[in-house]
Ligand binder design. Structure first.
Ligand code: PEP
Ligand code: MG
Length: 329
């Protein structure tokens, strides 16, 4: 396994027609950061900060959070890290939050009081996390991403919490990050409808295909009876993503995908064909996807995808699989 990583570590993800794709990895624990060096990933495109909250017995203190974020940034060296603010609530229940605060009685926890919805109301939690991130990234670049944003105002409210803390740091002459980049996850379909109005305030958008698929198909991502029913290579999802790519195109906002979809061969091909140029995926997929990129002519794939989505064949997965096979992809 180590040998496989070593063989792919230095592979440059450049397409046959010369486009450099960013292949980043997802992480959630400080122990994940050595995988950056092992896989040669371009950075951490999704750091799931809630992992620290989930493995602890009590709410992690600001000091503990700061230490984790600093260790991750140090482990990443010059490579970028995108920290996602806590995505707890819903099915990620924290036993140490009081019942009233953890929505224990929710019938649809995935659509419930989770992630930013919880963090904005119980905003002490977000304040502490903001301080920890600002402190950990003092003197370097900080990238912050908010989960489950459904409407633009939620982004504004979350950013305001950071700005309050930044003002506090300034008053006390604490050292701040050299730059702060803000972005959102696009994982609730409603955000796609107003994304154009939010773009001027963003540095990046990351599509969370795990939740997005669940919400587009109204299909619980954790229900094994539904796992096989809806395909990531369905015209519904791909047309949705095509529209998002169109919305972002022409703006300086960096668009990526950080759901599991990007770590699979044909799915990654589809995303690249749609015009996505940044993938953040599970570390084990980084090497294989970098090699995949080298076999694709993106202009040709893009054209093929436009055709497939204009008049979708009944078995798009089959059509794509044959198309890829004919080209040695
Ligand atoms: C997603 O929803 O696609 C995602 C990347 O976030 P998570 O899997 O942590 O919900
Ligand atoms: Mg999600």
């Amino acid at each position: 396994k180590q040998a496989a990583y070593a063989a792919q570590r230095d592979v440059e993800p450049i397409s046959r027609d010369g486009q450099r794709i960013e292949v980043m990895m997802n992480a959630g624990l400080v122990d994940d950061t050595p995988m950056l060096g092992l896989t040669g990933a371009d950075g951490i495109g999704l750091f799931r900060t809630e992992f620290q909250f989930m493995v602890a017995d009590t709410l992690p203190s600001r000091e503990r959070q700061t230490r984790l974020y600093r260790d991750v940034l140090e482990g990443a060296g010059h490579r970028p890290v995108i920290f996602r603010t806590v995505d707890i609530g819903g099915d990620k229940v924290l036993p140490y939050l009081r019942d009233a605060e953890r929505g224990a009685a929710e019938e649809n926890p995935a659509m419930g009081w989770r992630a930013l919805r919880l963090a904005l109301e119980r905003n002490g939690l977000l304040k502490v996390q903001a301080r920890a991130l600002l402190e950990a990234a003092a003197g370097r670049s900080l990238q912050v991403m908010f989960p489950m944003v459904s409407e633009p105002w939620e982004f504004d409210a979350a950013k305001a919490v950071f700005e309050q803390q930044i003002a506090h740091f300034r008053r006390h002459r604490h050292r701040l990050p050299d730059e702060i980049l803000y972005g959102v996850m696009l994982e609730v379909p409603s955000l796609a409808e107003t994304l154009d109005t939010l773009l001027p305030r963003l540095s990046f958008v990351s599509i969370g295909t795990n939740d997005l698929t669940q919400f587009l198909f109204a299909a619980d991502r954790a229900d094994p009876r539904l796992a096989e029913r809806y395909d990531w290579l369905s015209p519904a999802i791909l047309r949705f993503l095509q529209r998002v790519v169109g919305t972002v195109r022409g703006s300086p906002v960096r668009l990526g995908v950080c759901g599991e979809m990007g770590g699979r061969r044909l799915e990654a091909l589809a995303l690249l064909a749609l015009g996505i140029r940044r993938l953040s995926i599970t570390p084990a997929a980084v090497g294989p996807i970098k090699e995949l990129v080298r076999r694709i002519d993106l202009a040709e794939a893009g054209e093929a995808m436009q055709g497939w989505l204009a008049a979708p064949p009944a078995d798009l997965r089959g059509v794509m699989a044959r198309w890829a096979e004919e080209r040695g992809i």
